[in-house]
Design a binder for this molecule. Structure first.
Ligand SMILES: [Ca+2]
Length: 518
């Protein structure tokens, strides 16, 4: 799934990993939505000498392959601060990383602390007893204040026979990337839409009532990109709130074979046919929608990872333009039901090459420190002298920082509930940051993780899944473009079920029932 990893150079920074190579099980991909080199300066690192000798460990992690610079100032501070002296190597994430995991496990010469990029090998080797069970360590909130602060479902999705063998490296992706031209709303006397019908009315007005005032019909109400991406928030309006859902207790089905999904396809097709939605949505790629067309300022509702950056681009030509994040839509039942977007960035395991519980805890504390704001900042920017501070207070790594190995070892990003707000603030739009914060707070109580996060693909899905996906999007694209009638959806569901879909449902449901059993 880590599609961006193929172009990772050896010197890709940890920030780039976070923002460009991160993937999510829930179907969202976060990429290119954050300005680079934009983080306020944090307080001076506190160095606390440790009375016991450092614990020497080997680590295998995702990241640049730079050797560890043990003479560097960063390393010395990190060892002093954590009592752990690490050695090891980084590798770019992706299929080659998985191969390395298998090779290392087969060799029997295991690193003490290892990042694993994919859930399949994690489950495989956890079941074989290769890793330390971590539940009892994770009861110590004092020793591990940051790792224990993750919501419990982060760990629940990783349970094997009810036990946790890994620290998840995740980002809770809280934010609302679908944006609306709020200056167009004001100009046409419209309110922020809250239901799918209101989205239609607003989009229709954006397409037909010349919101940009140039006397020409040259705007669209809404756009997305190929394979129906960029629509996540809109799906809620049809009652589709997660990629898979329970149809009966302990049994799950994909939302894309349901009647409500069919209704959404029909609605999208009707909007294209009526000239309300941009017809290029069926075929264009993400960047064409989010950046090229987004920046052009001719569409009223669309997905952008940073409304602030997009607005900066639009305002170069249209100074009066305004954007606002759109709230999640009410479902047809009139509820806010919100699936927690979940950026899955692999897991950390402590292997059985560590001999004592005391050492396991010391390693976990090392990871905990790395996931603290202070530790994450140290790992990314190094010590004072490793970076220059720009006029706006942000840090930029310099040559000494590169040599010191800043941004080389990547542990766990500190969770940022207001990630989107942080991005918007950095883009120079406090009003968008505030809007994102308010939305995050307003929907918190109705959020839940996508059921598929608890599951793994089975053999049929591994064999036939990608062909079935390709066929699915081929049929959906033809329906949207009007080359097939909406009734083709029903025919396709029958075909999908027969060609392996039914087996995939049972595989995923079995995996789900096994992992969520209480
Ligand atoms: Ca116009």
């Amino acid at each position: 799934m880590d599609t961006k990893s193929g172009k990772s150079s050896l010197q890709v920074s940890r920030r780039q990993f976070l923002y460009q190579a991160a993937v999510t099980v829930g179907g969202l991909v976060l990429s290119g939505c954050a300005p680079t080199k934009a983080r306020p300066e944090t307080p001076t690192i506190q160095v606390t000498p440790t009375p016991v000798p450092s614990l020497e460990i080997n680590v295998m992690w995702r990241g640049p392959t730079n050797p560890v610079n043990k003479e560097g100032d960063l390393y010395k501070v990190l060892v002093e601060r954590t009592g752990v002296a690490y050695d090891g190597f980084g590798l770019p994430p992706g299929p080659e990383y998985t191969q390395k995991v298998h090779a290392v496990m087969a060799s029997g010469d295991l690193p003490h602390l290892m990042w694993i990029n994919s859930r399949m090998p994690y489950f495989q080797y956890a079941e074989q007893g290769a890793f330390w069970e971590l539940d009892e360590f994770l009861e110590d909130k004092t020793a591990l204040p940051h790792l224990t602060a993750y919501p419990s479902y982060n760990y629940d999705t990783l349970r094997v026979d009810g036990k946790v063998f890994a620290i998840p490296s995740v980002r809770i992706y809280r934010g609302f990337p679908v944006h609306i031209r709020s200056d167009w709303l004001d100009k046409l006397g419209l309110e922020m839409p809250t239901t799918i019908d209101e989205v239609w009315q607003v989009a229709e007005a954006f397409a037909n009532q010349d919101p940009d005032g140039n006397g020409r019909k040259d705007t669209y109400g809404m756009m997305w990109w190929q394979n129906l991406e960029g629509l996540e928030q809109l799906r809620n309006g049809f009652g589709i709130v997660s990629s898979w859902e329970e149809d009966k207790p302990g049994h799950i089905i994909p939302a894309f074979i349901t009647e409500k999904y069919k209704r959404m396809l029909e609605w999208l097709h009707d909007g294209i046919e009526a000239g309300i939605f941009d017809p290029d949505s069926v075929i264009m790629k993400r960047d064409e929608a989010e950046t090229v067309k987004g920046n052009a300022g001719k569409c009223g509702i669309f997905y952008t990872g940073s409304g602030g950056l997009t607005l900066n681009a639009i305002q170069m030509n249209i100074p009066s333009a305004q954007l606002m994040p759109m709230p999640p839509l009410l479902t047809p039942e009139g509820e806010y039901v919100y699936c927690i977007p979940y950026l899955y960035i692999g897991v950390w395991v402590v292997t059985k090459s560590v001999e004592t519980k005391e050492d396991v805890m010391r390693i976990l504390k090392f990871v905990d420190y790395g996931s603290s704001p202070e530790g994450a900042d140290l790992l990314e920017y190094g010590v004072p002298g490793d970076y220059d501070v720009g006029p706006d207070g942000t840090k930029v790594l310099n040559d000494k920082g590169e040599a010191d190995g800043a941004a080389a070892l990547w542990l766990i990003p500190p969770p940022d509930k207001y990630l989107y707000a942080t991005v918007e603030q950095a883009a120079g739009h406090p009003e968008l940051a505030e809007a994102q914060r308010k939305l995050v707070d307003s929907v918190e109580t109705v959020a839940f993780p996508d059921p598929i996060l608890f599951t793994l693909p089975g053999p049929v899905e591994l064999e036939k899944g990608s062909d079935l996906e390709r066929r699915k999007y081929e049929v959906f694209a033809k329906i949207l473009a009007g080359q097939l009638p909406i009734s083709a959806f029903d025919d396709w569901v029958v075909e999908w079920r027969k060609n392996g879909g039914d087996q995939i449902i049972e595989e995923r449901s079995n995996s789900y029932a096994e992992r969520v059993k209480s």
